[in-house]
Design a binder for this molecule. Structure first.
Ligand code: SAM
Length: 290
């Protein structure tokens, strides 16, 4: 493992009247399943939260990775991810796994990938806390079946009696504002979430050259809900780097793993593109190279 680039980004002092918060962000270029096994890259029980969207086998063009559909190998990959994550996840840690129902490439039969993933992670010993429905409208229309408008986010915990859940950080405005019985600070956001997908126009405008970019606000909700300042967040299939960017903005530490080195510059740019009122360090490491 060697550090190829290590630089301080924007040491902003103008807002730092209060005690400055320093965070670290490491992008590891390599195979997630190897990196998760390597204690030099990720220490035992060091990660507070894993949030990720693995490849779905949709034959998307990820460059180096062959994204071909085979349900048995896909489920095996998810089970390995779950087993290896046990080592690095803190006892109070959570996993948020975003998965879509997908059509089998030849027959177009729908595979509910979240069901396969549920059983794979259950076999590893995790407990399901919520099966969150991520609903969106901007998606293609079908003519021979109902148009798909949701994906799942499976929230698993390592210990069902001990996990972080900062409900007050993610409360939403009450629907009925005039009801005097509602004296609290807002309502529970429930397990059905609406966030628009990033459309191609936005991707082109921002030069986000990745096929599946998360909406920032959805990741913000997950990080606020399940971590505190300075906690360590891991995205083992980090793609365009959304999880790392949001972690930086919310003053969490982060590790992102990506197989395809072509996204390195995109992630680097996204990590530096917004003003930050705290110090942070961004490092790129190539796993397995000296
Ligand atoms: C669904 S995308 C993640 C997109 C991400 N949520 C975002 O906001 O950009 C999955 C990513 O995993 C990467 N990938 C596939 N297999 C991998 C592996 N074994 N290890 C690390 N990354 C991998 C792909 O190159 C792709 O960029």
């Amino acid at each position: 493992m060697s550090i190829t680039q290590n630089y301080k980004q924007r040491k902003i002092t103008k807002f730092t009247t209060e005690k400055s918060i320093y965070t670290e962000h490491n992008l590891i270029i390599g195979n997630a399943l190897d990196v998760l096994d390597d204690p030099k890259s990720i220490k035992d029980e060091s990660v507070d939260l894993i949030v990720t969207s693995p490849p779905y086998g949709l034959s998307k063009s990820y460059g180096k990775y062959s994204d071909k559909f085979d349900i048995d190998s896909w489920t095996g990959m998810i089970r390995q991810f779950g087993e290896k994550s046990m080592r690095i996840l803190q006892p109070h840690g959570s996993i948020f796994l975003n998965i879509s129902p997908i059509p089998e490439p030849k027959t177009k039969e729908i595979y509910p990938l979240d069901s396969y993933a549920y059983f794979a992670l259950k076999q590893c010993g995790y407990f399901l806390r919520n099966q969150i429905i991520w609903h969106f409208n901007n998606m293609q229309n079908c003519t021979n079946r109902l148009s798909g408008r949701w994906e799942t986010i499976l929230w698993f915990v390592k210990d069902i009696k001990n996990y972080k859940f900062n409900l007050d950080e993610v409360r939403m405005p009450y629907i009925t504002k005039k009801d005097k019985r509602l004296t609290g600070t807002g309502r529970n956001p429930t397990d059905v979430w609406y966030f628009d997908r990033i459309n191609n126009m936005t991707k082109n405008k921002l030069n986000l050259y990745h096929p599946t970019v998360y909406p920032d606000r959805m990741i913000e909700r997950i990080l606020k809900m399940s971590t505190s300042t300075k906690d360590l967040v891991l995205d083992p299939f980090v793609g365009s780097g959304t999880t790392m960017k949001v972690a930086k903005n919310l003053q969490r530490n982060s590790i992102g793993i990506e197989l395809d080195a072509k996204y390195k510059n995109l992630i680097k740019k996204r990590m530096g593109e917004e003003e930050s009122d705290h110090d942070f360090d961004f490092t790129i490491t190539h796993h397995g190279k000296n």
